[in-house]
Design a protein around this ligand. Structure first.
Ligand code: NFS
Length: 643
């Protein structure tokens, strides 16, 4: 079982399921072997029904699809469609949040409210909306309406792109890839990759970049910023992670999916006095709400609620026999869940009209009945408690500190009155911190679960690289114990450990869910603004990685990091290896175009080396590569460094 996962809780339950003849993602993954080599390399085209075509550019034939499409065109279209799919998922999430903000502004009795007025004012100002002497509801309504316009507009610019450094914005303009409207770019991407339209892989990828920017600086950023307004901007708090957070004697409700619009209401419902009384009357000691995947990250960051696991642990949570209800909304929900639930007492409940599952119970969650629906769901879970049979909760659980939003990092570094990224930049300049890496993304049963995340992050922090995390990767490293301040002394290099100990932060900062990768974009822009590290994101000693990616959303994220100027490396493999020309384009030519480029490397040790080499290269270009004595920089000195 050790080749399946490095997590003993996972090993135990995968083994148990195998013995009982129950399928999990791992057994199904094994049953796909050997995998289709054409598909793995991106060389299978299903865009029209003259095919499906699979081509073999390195062999004799067929070297082209029936329509004449070459390897680079087939690979580019498939890759670009993954970007469009990922951007659509993040952005549709952002749209839902904007609609809820509008509801909170217009119907205060809806159960949703404006929690963070500071953030509201900040976001409104960024969108050019007047805040002075206005009621928060009026500002919020205008913010929501403006956000919604960003989806449907046909011309102009997705507004948050203006938060990028001016040099970056100028480059996007020059390349003509400033996203005009979020929906528009996704539709155009689908059009251009349809049979017989865009047939130049470079041109396809320019639109790929524009679509990805519409996600990172559009849909995802709208989701993050507006969620902060509605539910509060995260700040550091303690929590716990892994299947051991499930309770032996409380009603366990696991919420899984992505939109906090649902989970926030479940948080309220699970604290309801009547329902707590009802749980006791059923013999339970209380109600334990835990999360899986990004919903887990959302409720952890805002409420400190426990995380049961990352994406590959969803079936395993059910096979503990201790989950009364698993409530899902959208994205990353395995279609296998009804089958495994059937073997236990777990009720599987869907809540979105966009995502129904045969044999799961649907409680449609509309903005208007949200709290009532949440209470009904919790009631159903409570009534299921007495149907528990054999319970097998692995003991593994780990402490963590999470909640490092961009605003929280500012506060941690400088306090309420003089908070800024100056101390971070100074420590990068003086070499205590070598650079910053965003390590994000999914888990994939094609590689040992959690291993690449943990090995990569361990090596990066040992080399004084501060790591910022989101998504399932953050959950993996939290389980390994990296997300507590004490891990600085244990795992970080001397310089990074000193900074972490002085500020009181872990060397690995958990910034939230996958839409919260937009927080990293803002943080990078802030580092540029503070000065001393160049004039653009592409000059910063930073990198991005998704060591165990699997989702289209990860490809969209990778592409918006690259188009924002960041060297971005993916593990597992990339479905582009079928075309050398395309690889050359995104691995090499992209650096000249965007200042950031893609890379693929499945081995976490080699991945760490490539990140370190890239960061060293950037440090050298900035002239900060030689070890220096600690100097305190003032504004004038910083400006001088810029020149
Ligand atoms: Ni991100 Fe979050 Fe996890 Fe991957 Fe899925 S949960 S949106 S896609 S699997 S990190």
């Amino acid at each position: 079982m050790k080749e399946k996962s490095i997590d003993p809780a996972v090993q135990h339950l995968v083994e148990k399921n195998a013995q009982q003849g129950l399928d999990t993602v791992w057994s199904r993954s094994d049953s796909q072997k050997p995998r289709c080599g054409y598909g793995e390399q991106g060389l299978c085209c299903q865009l029209c029904y003259m095919g499906p075509c699979r081509i073999n550019p390195r062999g004799k034939s067929p070297q082209k699809g029936v329509c004449g499409a070459s390897a680079e065109v087939i690979v580019a279209r498939n890759f670009a469609r993954m970007i469009a799919g990922g951007a659509a998922a993040h952005s549709d999430h952002g749209r839902e949040v904007a609609k809820i903000l509008l509801l909170a502004a217009k119907a205060p009795d809806s159960g949703y409210a404006i929690k963070d007025v500071n953030k509201l004012q900040k976001v409104a100002t960024a969108l050019g909306i007047e805040v002075k002497d206005r009621k928060k509801e009026d500002i919020a309504a205008e913010v929501a309406e403006r956000a919604l316009e960003n989806f449907g507009q046909q011309e102009g610019e997705v507004q948050f792109t203006r938060l990028a450094p001016p040099t970056r914005q100028a480059l996007w303009q020059e390349l003509n890839i400033v996203p005009r409207g979020i929906d528009r770019e996704i539709v155009e991407m689908m059009h251009r990759t349809a049979m017989g339209v865009d047939q130049d892989h470079r041109n396809i990828m320019l639109q790929g970049a524009r679509t990805a920017l519409a996600d990172g600086w559009g849909g995802s950023m709208i989701a993050t910023e507006l969620q902060d307004i509605l539910f509060g901007t995260p700040s550091p708090l303690r929590g716990q992670v892994n299947l051991g957070v499930l309770s032996k004697d409380k009603v366990n409700i696991v919420v899984h999916g992505h939109e906090p619009v649902l989970s926030e209401m479940l948080v309220l419902a699970s604290q309801d006095k009547e329902l707590l009384k009802m749980a006791k009357s059923q013999g339970a000691k209380g109600i334990n709400l835990a999360g899986i995947c990004c919903t887990a990250n959302e409720i952890l960051l805002r409420h400190g609620l426990p995380i049961a696991g990352n994406v590959l642990q969803q079936e395993l949570a059910i096979s503990t026999g201790a989950v009364e209800a698993m409530i899902v909304d959208v994205q990353c929900i395995m279609p296998s869940l009804p089958e495994i639930s059937k073997c236990y007492h777990t009720k599987l409940i869907t809540t979105s009209s966009k995502a129904k599952i045969e044999n799961a119970k649907n409680y449609e969650f509309s903005e208007k009945n949200s709290l009532q629906t949440a209470k009904d769901i919790v009631r159903e879970a409570i009534m299921n408690f007495s149907r528990r049979e054999k319970v097998d909760i692995p003991p593994e659980k780990m402490d963590l500190v999470a909640g490092f939003s961009h605003e929280a990092i500012i506060y941690m570094l400088g306090g309420a009155f003089r908070g800024s990224y100056v101390p971070l930049n100074d420590n990068v300049i003086n070499g205590r911190i070598k650079g910053v890496a965003g390590v994000v993304g999914c888990c994939n049963p094609k590689v040992t679960h959690d291993q690449c995340h943990v090995n990569l992050v361990e090596e990066l922090i040992a080399n004084n690289i501060l790591v910022v995390q989101t998504g399932c990767s953050a959950i993996a490293c939290a389980k390994a114990g990296f997300l507590v301040p004490e891990s600085a002394e244990k795992h970080a290099g001397q310089g990074l450990a000193e900074v972490c100990q002085a500020v009181g932060i872990p060397p690995v900062l958990h910034s939230g869910s996958c839409v919260d990768n937009s927080r990293i974009l803002i943080a990078l822009s802030e580092m540029v603004k503070i000065g001393g590290l160049g004039n653009d994101i592409s000059e910063l000693p930073v990198a991005g990685a998704a060591p165990e990616w699997m989702s289209e959303k990860a490809i969209a994220i990778g592409q918006y990091f690259v188009a924002s100027g960041v060297f971005t490396i993916f593990g597992v493999g990339l479905p582009v290896s079928g075309s050398e020309k395309f690889c050359q384009h995104i691995f090499k030519e992209f650096e000249d175009i965007f200042g950031g480029m893609w890379a693929a490397e499945p081995d976490p040790g080699k991945m760490a080396s490539r990140i370190i080499d890239h960061i060293d290269k950037k440090r050298e270009k900035l002239g900060i590569h030689k070890a220096k004595k600690r100097v305190l920089y003032d504004m004038a000195m910083r400006r001088e460094l810029d020149t």
